[in-house]
Write a protein that binds this ligand. Structure first.
Ligand SMILES: Cc1cc2nc3c(=O)[nH]c(=O)nc-3n(C[C@H](O)[C@H](O)[C@H](O)COP(=O)(O)OP(=O)(O)OC[C@H]3O[C@@H](n4cnc5c(N)ncnc54)[C@H](O)[C@@H]3O)c2cc1C
Length: 585
């Protein structure tokens, strides 16, 4: 890294000008992507305001690869106690540094399926929409620059790829690179999954299909280090005179005129000492504070559920109850224990390594009919028969219930489709840590009415909808079947956790409540792109309902989560957002 003083556009709060064309709240994954794209032609000025610092340490560049978790560069937030998980409290991981969560994440690059992105279009309320697989593909191609796998990796690990779904745009300096690693155990289990009934092998993890696939990591192929929003969308362009970044500052209010048009923002030093600064936006205020803080900034500014705002003594500008609702993440089981009592001979595979970041790069992504052929119909019918309000918080606003009813129709269908991913596990050896990529429980993230400026209250409401537990019970039963299926039967698998004493569905469910973690650090949904009468927060063109010149562009706009890790999708949303915003110019 060059010293931060070399970035002429990284400025002190006192050097911030009175007015910019665009103000971006949050210099994270989406914020820096859009900042770069809006300043490229030199016509407009952009100020990015980031809570975290510009961290020049090598820890950011080399950490990751399944680890990530640079605690020094993350917020310290704990969830509220989760009654569905024996009252456990969960640590909420999100990045707080220039680059946001892309600076601390595990660097896995995956894409959801075509059906999953089409769900977003189906949640447009009948409006013309391009929020679907076809409409998003150009943004995916722009979002990341593909480094193709080596011939060695292709030959030794059966890796295939499809250049029609990836871009190699010279202006895109966020890289998706195949980690040149692979082991005999991975190959062995790859073959076992491949022969399992219903498991498809797509040509590429990004081609809109699920199944057994190799995925990439966000690694710069030349430096062999983390490629993230800062190295892609700030460092290379930080000398643009029209692109400025101020750090260590927290936006605590969006300012509006009497017609609820956003006129700018007010921010305060994170250190606690120093004055508040107010800056005006000529064209637009763009919220990119992430799924946890975007709803907080909206609520602090008087946009949110009126009842909550009144409790917090915040004047209500727009009664928009959807703000902070519809919160969800992926759920995972940290440890499923199983061993073979007769050891297989694993093939010897040595993939010559290029680069110093190695990562689990093989995964299996399966729809419910493949994982639970005898149970998916029952689970889908039970889910569809639910009163949509039954498992939402007691005081849920009718618009949010309507939005959930709409999701319920689509997700019920998705439970019967192989093409929507529910089950996922990374393949490194026997067993794995299974994930439910499509939970139907919905939580909330809201300001704390007695301390609105403090960290928001994050409530996953994990397993509040019993369907999620039914689905996870099926995952355990699937793992049991899989490890004794076909050629694996001869090795006589013996499960160690949950183990032989945990047999019935009820026993498995009880065990799971003590084990599951409701977050894989992929929070979404709290400012959903859905109609206002369905509890949505932003429109098809990402403007906040009831306001003017205020948009949201980060992970919070996903109405339903994708069956994949989220960073690639967030980059694609940001690329699409930049096009939408430019079209308004
Ligand atoms: C530990 C961890 C591991 C992960 N692993 C993976 C992985 O391996 N693969 C993958 O695909 N995804 C992974 N993810 C998820 C992925 O990184 C995120 O989905 C994505 O980066 C979110 O982008 P965003 O723009 O929505 O938010 P962020 O990138 O989090 O950006 C939000 C920014 O806004 C700033 N901010 C917040 N409030 C304010 C305020 N009031 N004023 C000013 N600034 C503010 C924050 O400091 C932050 O920098 C992981 C995430 C984490 C945290």
């Amino acid at each position: 890294y060059p010293a931060s003083s070399q970035y002429a556009s990284h400025i002190e709060a006192r050097a911030v000008k009175d007015e910019y064309d665009y103000i971006i709240v949050g210099g994270g994954t989406a914020g820096l992507t859009v900042g770069d794209r809006l300043t490229a032609d030199g016509k407009y000025t952009v100020l990015v305001i980031e809570n975290g610092v510009l961290d020049n340490s090598t820890a950011i560049l080399t950490g990751g690869a399944g680890g990530g978790m640079n605690a020094a560069r993350m917020y310290t937030i704990n969830s509220s106690p989760q009654s569905g998980l024996n009252n456990r409290v969960i640590s909420v991981g999100i990045g707080r540094v220039v680059g946001g969560s892309s600076a601390v994440n595990g660097m896995v690059v995956q894409r959801g399926t075509a059906e999953e992105y089409n769900l977003w279009g189906d949640l447009s309320g009948g409006q013309p929409t391009s929020w679907n697989w076809k409409g998003l593909l150009p943004s995916f191609r722009r979002a990341m620059h593909l480094t193709v796998p080596s011939e060695n990796l292709q030959r030794l690990m059966n890796v295939t790829y499809d250049l029609s779904v990836w871009g190699q745009d010279p202006d895109t300096k966020v890289y998706a690179t195949y980690s040149e690693s692979g082991s005999g155990q991975q190959k062995f289990f790859y073959d076992a999954y491949k022969s399992y009934p219903g498991v498809h092998v797509p040509k590429d993890n990004g081609n809109g299909e699920n199944g057994l696939s190799f995925f990439l990591v966000s690694m710069d192929p030349t430096a062999s280090s983390r490629s993230y929003a800062r190295t892609g969308h700030w460092d290379p362009v930080a000398n643009r005179p029209n692109y400025e970044l101020v750090t260590g500052q927290r936006v605590n209010k969006i300012n509006f005129d009497s017609s609820i048009t956003a006129t700018g923002v007010t921010f305060v030093p994170v250190s606690g000492s120093g004055a508040a600064t107010t800056v005006r936006a000529r064209k637009e205020v763009i919220l990119a504070a992430g799924t946890v803080h975007t709803p907080q900034v909206l609520e602090l500014s008087g946009i949110g559920g009126a009842d909550l705002l009144k409790k917090a003594n915040i004047p209500v500008l727009v009664d928009l109850p959807g703000v902070g609702s519809n919160f969800h993440d992926h759920t995972y089981l940290p440890f499923y224990g199983i061993r073979f009592t007769k050891n297989p001979t694993y093939p010897t595979i040595q993939v010559p390594r290029a680069g110093n970041i190695q990562s689990a790069n093989l995964g299996v992504f399966l729809g419910l009919p493949v994982v639970a052929p005898d149970a998916f119909e029952r689970i889908a019918s039970n889910f569809e028969a639910q009163d949509p309000a039954a498992y939402l918080p007691a005081d849920t606003h009718p618009t949010i219930i309507e939005g959930y009813r709409q999701q319920q129709k689509l997700l019920g269908k998705a439970m019967r489709s192989k093409g929507t991913t529910f089950f996922n596990t990374m393949i490194n050896g026997i067993g794995g840590a299974p994930q439910n990529l499509r939970p139907v429980s919905r939580g909330t993230i809201h300001i704390n009415p007695s301390n609105p400026q403090g960290e928001p209250i994050v409530d996953y409401r994990a397993l509040s909808n019993p369907i999620d537990l039914d689905v996870f019970v099926e995952f355990i039963k699937f793992f049991r079947r899989f490890h004794s299926y076909g050629t694996l039967a001869q090795y006589q698998a013996q499960e160690t956790a949950p183990g032989a004493n945990v047999q019935t569905d009820a026993q498995i469910a009880t065990w799971l409540r003590g084990q599951l973690n409701p977050s894989v650090y992929h929070p979404v949904g709290t400012a959903a792109k859905m109609p206002r009468e369905w509890g949505g927060v932003v429109s098809e063109d990402l403007l906040v309902w009831g306001t003017k010149k205020l948009s949201v562009i980060d992970g919070s706009i996903m109405p339903v989560i994708v069956g994949a890790t989220t960073q690639q999708t967030v980059y694609a949303i940001a690329e699409k957002a930049a096009e939408i915003i430019k079209a308004r110019q």
